[in-house]
Design a protein around this ligand. Structure first.
Ligand code: SAH
Ligand code: F3S
Length: 484
C-alpha cells in the first residue's frame, strides 16, 4: 500500500505509544478530588492512567502540607520514586498540591528531589509542562488564581466503589486561622458555578452513584453571583437586580432536588459561618445527610482567639445546640488541635470538658505542628513541649474512644436506613485469602449520621438502600441485621 508523506506522519503519530501516568494522593478529600481532575485533564490530552508506578512515564504525587509529619511522609515516598528512576532515567517525577505550593522551587533546587512542581491552581498547565520537560530542563507552575475552579472539567472517579463521589464546590480559604497553611497553599476563596455542580451531581446519579459529598474548606461561605470576589457582592447586586444569588443553603436544595435517591453530604462546616438557614434545609430534605463535621479546635476561648477562629466556647456550644434543636438525631464530629502555642493545662482541661459536654460521635485529634509562614509561626512561640502535646492528644483520644463507644451503644436496638457502599474489610480479606468465588455476603454501608454499619445479606448489593437493626457495636463500627 502506498501512503503520502502526510499519511505516513499521521501513522507514526498514531502508533506512538501513549504516555502513562500514575497519581498517588495524600491528605484531605479535596486532594482526592483534585487528583480526579488531574486525571481527567491528562486523559483528555491522550495520556493513559496507570495503577502501577513501575509502568508509568510520569509519576505525580499530590501532596499535603497541613502538618510536618504529612510532609515527611511525602518526602520519604519521593525518595523511593527517585531511586526507582535510576532504572528508568526518562521517568518524570512531579509534585502537585499543597506541599508543591508551599515549597515552590525549593523541591527542585535545594533538595533536587523532583522534575516538576505544580500548585493546586495550575493543573491545566500539566500537559505543556510535561512537554517542556521532555525537551530538557525543569518545570514549575505555582501560580495561584482568583478564578480557577475547574468547573468545566468532568473528574475521572478514582475512589472506585461507583456509589460515593466527591464534588468540589469551591477552592481556597480566606479565613486565616493562625495555625493553618491552607490559605497560603490554596489561595483565595472562590465558589464554583452552581449549574456545573448540579450537572456534575446529576450525571453521577445517572451513572449509578448514590451519594455525593460537596467539598470546600468552609462550605458555609459558598456564594455565587457570577463569581468574583465576595467583597463586590453589594455592587453586583445593585447592578444585576434580577440575578439569582446562590448561597450554601440554596446550593444544597438544588442538589437535593436531583433525586430523593441521591444522598448529599458536605464538608467542612465552620462554626463562625454555619447559619440556621443551612440547618433548616438539612432538616427539610430526607436525602441531605443528618451529619455535620464542625471543627472546634479548642475548648478555651483564649486559645480560640489566638487561633483567629472567629468564635469562642459559648458561640461554639450555641451552634451545637442549634444543630441538635433543628436536626434532632444529627451526627456530629469535630477536629481538635492539642498543644497550640501557650496552651496551659487548664485550657487543655477546657477542651476535655467541652468534649464531655458535647459528646461528639467522632473526633479527629492532632498535635499542633508549626507551619512556616503562618500567622501563628510569625507571632507566637511553639512552646508546648512535644511530650506534653502528645500526652494531651492521647488523653483526648482515649476520652473520645469511650464516648464513641457510648454513642454507638446507644444505637443498639435502633433501626437505620443504610446506603450500601461495598463489602466489609473483613469480608474482602476472607475472599482474598480463600480465593472463594462464592458471593461475598458481608456488606458495609452508612446511616445518615455517617456511622459505618456492617451486616450480612445475600440479597442486596452496593448502591441499594436497606433497613438495618443494630445488634452489636465496637467504638468504630455498628453491626446489624437486615429487616425485611
Ligand atoms: N477547613 C478545613 C480545615 C482543613 S485542615 C477543612 O476542610 O477541614 C483540617 C484540620 O487539620 C483542621 O481542622 C485542624 O484541626 C487541623 N490542622 C490544621 N493546621 C494544623 C496545624 N498546623 N497543626 C495541627 N493541626 C492542624
Ligand atoms: Fe484552614 Fe481555617 Fe481555612 S483551618 S482551611 S484557614 S477555615
Amino acid at each position: 500500500m502506498n501512503y503520502t508523506e502526510t499519511e505516513k506522519e499521521e501513522i507514526i503519530v498514531s502508533e506512538k505509544k501513549p504516555k502513562k501516568f500514575f497519581v498517588e494522593t495524600y491528605g484531605c478529600q479535596m486532594n482526592v478530588s483534585d487528583s480526579e481532575i488531574v486525571t481527567a485533564l491528562l486523559q483528555k490530552e491522550g495520556y493513559q492512567s496507570s495503577s502501577s508506578p513501575a509502568e508509568a512515564d510520569v509519576i505525580l504525587i499530590n501532596t499535603c502540607a497541613i502538618r510536618e509529619n504529612a510532609e515527611d511522609r511525602v518526602r520519604t515516598r519521593i525518595r523511593d520514586f527517585k531511586s526507582a528512576k535510576k532504572q528508568n532515567p526518562g521517568m518524570i517525577i512531579g509534585v502537585l498540591g499543597c506541599m508543591a505550593e508551599r515549597m515552590k522551587t525549593k523541591l527542585l533546587e535545594e533538595e533536587n528531589l523532583v522534575d516538576m512542581v505544580v500548585g493546586p491552581d495550575a493543573y491545566r498547565s500539566l500537559p505543556s509542562l510535561i512537554n517542556d520537560l521532555e525537551e530538557g530542563g525543569k518545570a514549575v507552575n505555582v501560580l495561584l488564581s482568583r478564578e480557577e475552579t475547574y468547573a468545566d472539567v468532568n473528574p475521572v472517579r478514582l475512589s472506585g466503589n461507583g456509589i460515593t463521589a466527591f464534588i468540589s464546590i469551591m477552592r481556597g480559604c480566606d479565613n486565616m486561622c493562625s495555625f493553618c497553611v491552607v490559605p497560603f497553599t490554596r489561595g483565595r476563596e472562590r465558589s464554583r458555578d452552581p449549574e456545573t455542580i448540579v450537572n456534575e451531581a446529576r450525571l453521577l446519579f445517572e451513572e449509578g452513584y448514590r451519594e455525593v459529598t460537596l467539598l470546600g474548606q468552609n462550605v458555609d461561605s459558598y456564594q455565587w453571583f457570577g463569581g468574583g470576589p465576595k467583597k463586590d457582592l453589594e455592587k453586583v447586586i445593585a447592578e444585576n437586580k434580577n440575578r439569582e444569588i446562590v448561597n450554601f443553603a440554596s446550593l444544597l436544595e438544588k442538589v437535593a432536588r436531583i433525586s430523593p435517591l441521591l444522598r448529599i453530604r458536605f464538608s467542612t462546616s465552620n462554626p463562625q459561618d454555619m447559619t440556621d438557614e443551612v440547618l433548616h434545609v438539612i432538616a427539610k430534605y430526607h436525602n441531605i445527610c443528618k451529619y455535620v463535621h464542625l471543627p472546634m479546635q479548642s475548648g478555651s476561648s483564649r486559645v480560640l482567639e489566638m487561633m483567629n477562629r472567629g468564635y469562642n466556647r459559648e458561640k461554639y456550644l450555641q451552634r451545637i445546640k442549634a444543630i441538635r434543636t433543628i436536626i434532632p438525631g444529627c451526627g456530629i464530629s469535630t477536629d481538635i488541635i492539642a498543644g497550640f502555642c501557650s496552651e496551659t493545662e487548664e485550657e487543655h482541661r477546657e477542651t476535655i470538658s467541652l468534649l464531655e459536654e458535647v459528646k461528639f460521635d467522632y473526633a479527629y485529634t492532632f498535635a499542633y505542628s508549626e507551619r512556616p509562614g503562618t500567622p501563628a509561626a510569625k507571632k507566637f512561640k511553639d512552646d508546648v513541649p512535644e511530650e506534653v502535646k502528645s500526652k494531651r492528644m492521647q488523653e483526648i483520644l482515649a476520652l473520645q474512644r469511650r464516648q464513641s463507644l457510648e454513642s454507638n451503644k446507644e444505637d443498639i436496638g435502633k433501626e437505620f436506613e443504610v446506603l450500601i457502599e461495598g463489602y466489609s474489610k473483613h469480608s474482602r480479606r476472607n475472599h482474598l485469602s480463600t480465593n472463594s468465588h462464592k458471593p461475598i455476603a458481608e456488606l458495609m454501608g452508612r446511616n445518615t449520621q455517617n456511622k459505618a454499619i456492617v451486616f450480612t445479606s445475600e440479597k442486596y448489593k452496593p448502591g441499594d438502600y436497606v433497613h438495618v437493626r443494630i445488634t452489636k457495636c465496637t467504638s468504630g463500627t455498628l453491626l446489624g441485621e437486615v429487616i425485611n
